[in-house]
Design a protein around this ligand. Structure first.
Ligand code: HEM
Length: 307
């Protein structure tokens, strides 16, 4: 185990961020130990193969960069490779201009024609976005985004935080100002992280669509919720790059079928309570409505098994 391996969870889930109690939309930022910037787990080879496939078959959908992101992208790649070699010495090797990922045997040549952010995205399971100051606050200037949770890069590129988040219920009222202020003040030596969770009926890592889905019959019933519905957790990191001043927003996806909750009545009960606490707007935005009733029946049954 290296310094930065994810914590060894006591369940199949790497993170279980659902909170007990009333719904509360908050930034939820926590201090990030620099050595924990990147997480690599047993799905590394699987996830990197999926990234490679997406980058080969739909490059324009999963990668985009404005010209102004060039300097920050070079800085990010340099810092990321230094980080990987220092924190995961058993996983990466550098010889002259080649970075080799030892598990997959993939060799990446520095200085190749690849955009440096595209290069960076091919080394880690995280998706990587760059945020840079603009007239309306920090805006998305580039991303290697293979595993979006229900958004399209082309629709957000170049937009400031407030406009990126327009569809998110309560963001404008509760989060816009604190997030903008936080971005102004983020210090390079004080990176942070946060968690976001969703429930989805799509097992794919690449999910460019699906928020605010109308209440249609998806064929999900209490008897099949366990393998039809997934808990999708995003581990998000915010790291200021000291030279360019850009902010790197990293997004790491952990996704498990709800059947992984079987035998864990306390967590099933916590998830049921968190779903019940979601305001209607959020249930609709998160597209939980189409399977809310069978989901709760299933979770209540799992929770009751521990009573
Ligand atoms: C402190 C930083 C941030 C906070 C507190 C925040 C908060 C949120 C929240 C609460 C949601 C709704 C998630 C859900 O209910 O499933 C969301 C969605 C989203 N966030 Fe953020 N976010 C942050 C940073 C960022 C950054 C840096 C980006 C840059 C790409 C970003 C892009 C998005 C996108 C694209 C969505 C989906 C929007 C849509 O549905 O069209 N967020 N964010």
């Amino acid at each position: 185990m290296s310094l930065a391996d994810p914590p060894q969870p006591t369940t199949a889930f790497a993170y279980l961020p659902m909170e007990a109690g009333p719904y509360r939309l908050a930034m939820g930022l926590m201090a990030l130990k620099p050595e924990r910037w990147i997480e690599i787990d047993r799905n590394y080879a699987r996830d990197m193969a999926e990234k490679r496939r997406l980058l080969e078959t739909r490059h324009g959908t999963v990668f985009a960069a404005l010209p102004e992101a060039a300097v920050a992208s070079r800085e990010l790649l340099a810092r990321l490779t230094d980080h990987l070699l220092a924190v995961f010495p058993g996983r990466f090797r550098r010889s002259a201009e080649v970075i080799e990922a030892l598990e997959t045997g993939e060799r990446h040549r520095l200085g190749a024609a690849l955009h440096p952010l595209d290069f960076a995205g091919r080394l880690v399971q995280e998706d990587l976005c760059l945020m840079q100051p603009g007239p309306e606050g920090y805006r998305l200037t580039a991303a290697s985004l293979c595993f979006p949770t229900r958004w399209r890069l082309a629709e957000k590129l170049g937009k400031p935080m407030a406009r990126i988040h327009t569809p998110v219920p309560f963001y404008a009222d509760k989060l816009e100002r604190p997030v903008d202020r936080f971005f102004e003040r983020l210090k390079p030596d004080k990176p942070v992280w946060r968690l976001n969770w969703s429930l989805t009926d799509d097992p794919e890592l690449h999910q460019p669509t699906g928020h605010s889905r109308p209440d249609v019959n998806l064929g999900i019933e209490p008897g099949n919720v366990g393998h039809r519905v997934f808990l999708r957790v995003e581990r998000q990191t915010l790291v200021r790059l000291p030279d360019s001043g850009a902010i790197c927003f990293g997004i790491r996806i952990y996704q498990n079928p709800l059947s992984d909750l079987e035998g864990d009545p306390a967590t099933a009960g916590r998830l049921a309570a968190a779903v019940r606490a979601l305001p209607d707007e959020v249930l609709f935005y998160k597209s939980v409505k189409p399977f809310q009733a069978p989901l709760l029946t299933y979770l209540d049954r799992l929770a009751a098994a521990g009573a």
